[in-house]
Ligand binder design. Structure first.
Ligand SMILES: Nc1ncnc2c1ncn2[C@@H]1O[C@H](COP(=O)(O)OP(=O)(O)OP(=O)(O)O)[C@@H](O)[C@H]1O
Ligand SMILES: [Mg+2]
Length: 375
C-alpha cells in the first residue's frame, strides 16, 4: 500500500509540476490537479504484476474502483493475463503499444476498447509503472460493421438492378422498332417487356426500403381476407401468362384484425411471387397451381398460407431462406424477399412455418395473433 500511495503521489506531483511550469488555467469546473478525471477515456496506472495502482473517474464510473486489483480480473473477470497484453510489452521494451480488447463493464455490458500504453520511467530510465489509456470504440465498431454490410449489399443489389435496367432498355428498343416500322404488334410486345421490368424494379426497391428502414408499423383494422384478395388480384394476369392456376381460399369468419396493411401486402407479394417463380422454374410437371389462403390457425391465431406445387426446396435451402441476400435464382433474385417477409412477421409478433419437398412444392404459413377489432 505504501508503494501504491507513493506512486499516486508521484503521478500527482508530476501533474502539479507540469501545471506550475506554465500558468494554471482558470476554467470554471476544471480542477487542474485532476485533469485526468475529465478525460472520457479510461486511464489506469499498473505495476509489473498488472496490479492497478491508479484509475481515473471514467474508469471508476464504468468498472468500479479497481485500485489494488489485477487488470485482467477487472476488464475480463479472468484469472489469466490477456495473450497480447500491451502493458507487459511496454514493461519489456519501454515503447508505446496498442491493442483492441473486448471487456465487460461493471453493468454487465460488453464493449470494445482501444488501448494505448506508455511507460513511466524513473531517473535511471527503468520502467516503474505503465500508464494505460483505453477508449470505448463499440460505436465505431458497429458503424464499421454496418458500412461493410452496406457495401456488400450495394454490390449485390446493383447486379440485380443492372439486369432489370438492361431489360428495360431492351423493351424500350423493341417499342422503338415497332413504332419505326409501323408494327404495332412489335411495339406491344416491347411494351410488355418494359412493363415486366417496371414491375420487377418496383419490387426490388420496395424490398430494399422495407429491409433497410426500421419503420414503425402503422396499425389499422383490416379483414385478412381482403388483404389476400388484393394481393392475389395483382398477380392474376401474370399467373395466367405463366399458365399457372392461381386459387384463393378465404375463410370469411376470420374477423377484422389490427395489422400494418401495407407491410402485410408486401409480405404476401413476396410469398406469391416466389410461389409463381417456383412453379415457372419447374420443368417436371405439366400443371401448376398456387393456392393463397387466409384462415383460422387455432382459437387465438389466424394465418395466411401460400402453397405451390413448384420445384420445392432441399433442407439446406430451407435452413437459409430467411437470410438476407440468400437466393438460388442467380441474378434473377436479390434474396431480399423472404428476409422482408421475416421482418414483417416478426414486427407483428407472428411466426413463419415452412414445409417443402424438392420436386413436390412448398407451403409458407405466416401465423398471427387474432386481435380485437377496433370500433
Ligand atoms: N415457394 C418457393 N419454392 C421454392 N423455393 C423457394 C420458394 N420461396 C423461396 N424459395 C427459395 O428461397 C430463396 C430466397 O427467397 P427470397 O424471396 O428471399 O429471394 P429470391 O426470390 O431469390 O429473390 P428476391 O429478392 O427477388 O425475392 C429463393 O432463391 C429460393 O431458393
Ligand atoms: Mg423472392
Amino acid at each position: 500500500m505504501e508503494g501504491l500511495t507513493g506512486l499516486q503521489r508521484a503521478a500527482k506531483t508530476c501533474q502539479i509540476q507540469i501545471m506550475s511550469d506554465k500558468k494554471k488555467p482558470h476554467i470554471p469546473g476544471l480542477n487542474p490537479d485532476h485533469i485526468v478525471d475529465h478525460l472520457p477515456s479510461y486511464v489506469s496506472i499498473q505495476d509489473r504484476s498488472l496490479r492497478i495502482l491508479f484509475v481515473n473517474a471514467s474508469f471508476k464510473r464504468d468498472f468500479g474502483d479497481a485500485t489494488g486489483r489485477l487488470c485482467h480480473t477487472v476488464y475480463k473477470g479472468s484469472p489469466d493475463i490477456c495473450p497480447n497484453c500491451p502493458v507487459r510489452k511496454t514493461f519489456r521494451d519501454k515503447k508505446v503499444h496498442i491493442a483492441e480488447e473486448t471487456v465487460k463493464l461493471s453493468s454487465g455490458k460488453i464493449c470494445q476498447i482501444f488501448i494505448q500504453t506508455s511507460p513511466i520511467l524513473d531517473s535511471t530510465g527503468a520502467v516503474t509503472a505503465v500508464i494505460e489509456m483505453a477508449t470505448n470504440i463499440s460505436r465505431v465498431k458497429i458503424d464499421r460493421k454496418e458500412l461493410i454490410t452496406l457495401g456488400q449489399s450495394i454490390a449485390l443489389l446493383s447486379h440485380g438492378i443492372k439486369n432489370i435496367l438492361e431489360g428495360l432498355q431492351g423493351g424500350a428498343y423493341v417499342v422503338d422498332q415497332g413504332f419505326k416500322d409501323g408494327d404495332l404488334e412489335l411495339a406491344q410486345k416491347g411494351w410488355g417487356i418494359v412493363n415486366k421490368n417496371i414491375f420487377d424494379i418496383t419490387d426490388v426497391v420496395q424490398n430494399i426500403l422495407y429491409s433497410s428502414k426500421n419503420r414503425p408499423l402503422k396499425y389499422e383494422s383490416v379483414l385478412p381476407g381482403e388483404l389476400l384478395e388484393d394481393s392475389v388480384q395483382l398477380f392474376r394476369e401474370k399467373a395466367a401468362a405463366m399458365k399457372i392456376k392461381l386459387e384463393q381460399q378465404i375463410n370469411p369468419t376470420v374477423p377484422k384484425v389490427r395489422l400494418d396493411a401495407a407491410a402485410i401486402r408486401r409480405m404476401l407479394h413476396n410469398l406469391l411471387w416466389n410461389a409463381l417463380e417456383a412453379c415457372h422454374n419447374d420443368r417436371k410437371k405439366n400443371e401448376h397451381t398456387v393456392i393463397a389462403k387466409s384462415d383460422h390457425f387455432d382459437e387465438n391465431h389466424f394465418m395466411f398460407e401460400i402453397s405451390d406445387n413448384g420445384i420445392g426446396m432441399d433442407k439446406a435451402t430451407q435452413r437459409n431462406v430467411l437470410e438476407e441476400f440468400f437466393s438460388t435464382k442467380g441474378s434473377a433474385g436479390t434474396g431480399l424477399g423472404l428476409a422482408v417477409v421475416d421482418k414483417v412477421v416478426n414486427k407483428h409478433g407472428g411466426r413463419i412455418e415452412v414445409v417443402s419437398e424438392p420436386g413436390k412444392g412448398s407451403s409458407f404459413k405466416t401465423i398471427f395473433n387474432l386481435t380485437k377489432p377496433d370500433k
